[in-house]
Structures are given as structure tokens and as C-alpha cells.
Design a binder for this molecule. Structure first.
Ligand code: ADP
Ligand code: MG
Length: 317
């Protein structure tokens, strides 16, 4: 199994408070993993370190083989990591569709890079010179060659000034599917997958808490993540809907091979949701990593939960 993320001896201090202490675990490709522990045990802080919002005090975090310990959140995101926050904040004045259209990667890059522009410009100049030669040529052969060069040069201009090859695709393959259309159809398939396509035109501020959580999950999936970090996506969501969200996430993992690390502090709940492994934290430290069966029967885990009273979802928000 290939590890997509390695957390090694992670430590995060806030002044005198040690929120995360010597935590190490791995997430493998195509794995669905729960991160659990009583309130205040350092789960969200661990996410904040992985996603680059916090600079850890010590330890190392590797994502897809790259050391991200000193990287910015946007650099980590561009590797294929997407996260959600415990307290969902959608763009409230935007519709659900618009909320989902924002995250896809690379859509804001300029349509031409500097090198593509230079190449198009130099071929354009060559084309003009060749055309001039063709017009002034006295010999048929030179004229013929110059016209050929003109056509080739302007063909290269078209090639380099259309990096996404829309013109090429529509001419050669009869296909003209601009990325905007592809993104929009992905929005609908994502909402379908979450079984909420009817919410597409709603404004985000019209949604209930549970619906907002669903849209937030949809938004996180729109960035084509290879590693998805979800911070209590079902906190405050009614039981049946929460189970449906987990079932959909399981399906997503199985169908696409994405790796999902999900924070949930209700142990009874997560033990029944078909995750592959569970990472258990307590008071900033790693208590154990194991399968749901191993966690269920671990005495230290039971004591941590009985001691904290943190076993109901309702008291998390
Ligand atoms: P969890 O997500 O497991 O409920 P957190 O990671 O949010 O726990 O918090 C762990 C501890 O770190 C808590 O005691 C919390 O008060 C503290 N903490 C979290 N973020 C900060 C911060 N930015 N500044 C100071 N203390 C923080
Ligand atoms: Mg938290």
C-alpha cells in the first residue's frame, strides 16, 4: 500500500499549551480513515498543521512524498489536498452552483503563459516575413515555399495561442466542450452523488445546517482532491442524513480511489460507518491506530471516552 500522507512526531504548542504531542500516523491511497477523540484533544489542530494553516512546533508532514511542513496552504492544496472546516462557512450570497464552481484547480491561470505567448509571437513574425517573401518572389518555387512556410507559421501561432486546444479539438475531433461546461456538469454530478441536485439554484444562506454541510462536502470534492480532509462533516446533522453522508463518502473512496481522513468525535457512530481504520487521539496524544474492531475492544480508548463524556455528537457544536 502506498502512503499518501505521513505525519511524523507532530507537535503543536500554543504558548504553554501542548495541543498536539508527538503524533504519528499514515494514510494510504484509497483509504477511508476516521480521526476520533474527545473534544479539545487536538484533532482540528492536527488538520490545521497538515493543511498549512499552522506551522507546527516540530515534526514532519509528508503528502504524496513531498515534505509540506513549511509549505503554504495554497501550495499544499495544489498538490491535491482539500480540507473542510468544523464550522462550515459557505459563500452565503452565492448559489449552491456558484459555491461549487469556485474550487476547481487551475481555472484562474492566464490563458497564455509567457512562453506560449513568445512562441506564438515568433511564429507570427516568421509567418509575416514568409508572406512578404511570397508576394515579392519572382520565382515560382520560392513563392510556393514561402506560402507553405506562411501556412505552417500561422498554424503554429494557432497552436501556441490556444493552450487548451479548443480550436484544435473542435476542428479535428469535432468536439468543442469548453472547461466551463465540463465544470458545470461536474457540479450537477457531484450534487447527484450527494443526492441533493434539487438544491443547485438555492442561495447558500437559504440552506439548513445539514444541507450546508452537504454542499461543503460537494465543494471540497470539486477540487478533484487526491486526499480529502473533512473536519466533523456530520456534526449537528440528523442521524439518517449523517449515515447517508458516510455511505456516500465510502462509495466515493471505492469508486475513485481518493483517500479520506474524517474527523468525528462520536465514537459509537464512526465504529458503524465502514471506515477502514481509525486514528484515536486523547489529550493531544495518539492513543492508538487500528480497525474499528480493534478500537472497539481497546481498554484505553473506552476509558478515554468514558472519562471525557465526549461520546455524543450533540455536544460538539
Ligand atoms: P479538537 O478539534 O480535538 O476538539 P482542537 O484541535 O480544536 O481540538 O484544540 C486542541 C486544543 O488546542 C484545545 O485546548 C484548544 O483550546 C487549543 N487551541 C486550538 N487552536 C488554538 C489556537 N489557535 N490558539 C490557542 N489554542 C488553541
Ligand atoms: Mg475540532
Amino acid at each position: 500500500m502506498t502512503a499518501v500522507m505521513k505525519v511524523e512526531n507532530l507537535r503543536m504548542e500554543f504558548g504553554g499549551l501542548v495541543a498536539v504531542n508527538d503524533v504519528s500516523f499514515e494514510v494510504n491511497e484509497g483509504e477511508f480513515i476516521g480521526l476520533i477523540g474527545p473534544n479539545g484533544c487536538g484533532k482540528s489542530t492536527t488538520f490545521n498543521c497538515i493543511s498549512g494553516l499552522l506551522n507546527q512546533t516540530s515534526g514532519k508532514i509528508e503528502v504524496f512524498g513531498t515534505d509540506v511542513s513549511k509549505m503554504r496552504p495554497d501550495e499544499i492544496q495544489s498538490l491535491g489536498v482539500t480540507r473542510t472546516f468544523q464550522h462550515t462557512r459557505l459563500w452565503r450570497e452565492m448559489s449552491v452552483i456558484e459555491n461549487l464552481l469556485v474550487p476547481p484547480r487551475d481555472q484562474f491561470r492566464p490563458s497564455l503563459t509567457v512562453s506560449e505567448f513568445r512562441k506564438a509571437l515568433s511564429y507570427g513574425i516568421c509567418g509575416l516575413l514568409a508572406l512578404l517573401t511570397a508576394l515579392l518572389a519572382q520565382s515560382m518555387l520560392v513563392e510556393y515555399l514561402a506560402y507553405l512556410t506562411t501556412i505552417t507559421a500561422f498554424g503554429m501561432v494557432a497552436w501556441w495561442s490556444d493552450p487548451q486546444k479548443h480550436v484544435w479539438n473542435s476542428l479535428i475531433q469535432g468536439r468543442n466542450n469548453p472547461p466551463e461546461i465540463e465544470r458545470l456538469s461536474k457540479v450537477y454530478s457531484t450534487l447527484d452523488q450527494l443526492e441533493v441536485p434539487h438544491m443547485a439554484p438555492n442561495l447558500a444562506n437559504e440552506l439548513s445546517g445539514g444541507q450546508s454541510k452537504l454542499v461543503d462536502i460537494g465543494r471540497s470534492m470539486m477540487g478533484d482532491p487526491r486526499l480529502l480532509l473533512l473536519d466533523e462533516p456530520v456534526a449537528g446533522v440528523a442521524g439518517p442524513l449523517a449515515m447517508k453522508i458516510f455511505a456516500n463518502l465510502r462509495k466515493l473512496v471505492d469508486e475513485t480511489g481518493v483517500s479520506v481522513l474524517i474527523i468525528e468525535h462520536n465514537m459509537d457512530f464512526i465504529l458503524r460507518q465502514g471506515v477502514d481504520r481509525i486514528v484515536v487521539m486523547n489529550e493531544g496524544e495518539l492513543l492508538m491506530v487500528g480497525t474499528p474492531d480493534e478500537v472497539r475492544s481497546n481498554r484505553a480508548v473506552i476509558e478515554a471516552y468514558l472519562g471525557s463524556g465526549g461520546d455524543t455528537r450533540e455536544d460538539s457544536e
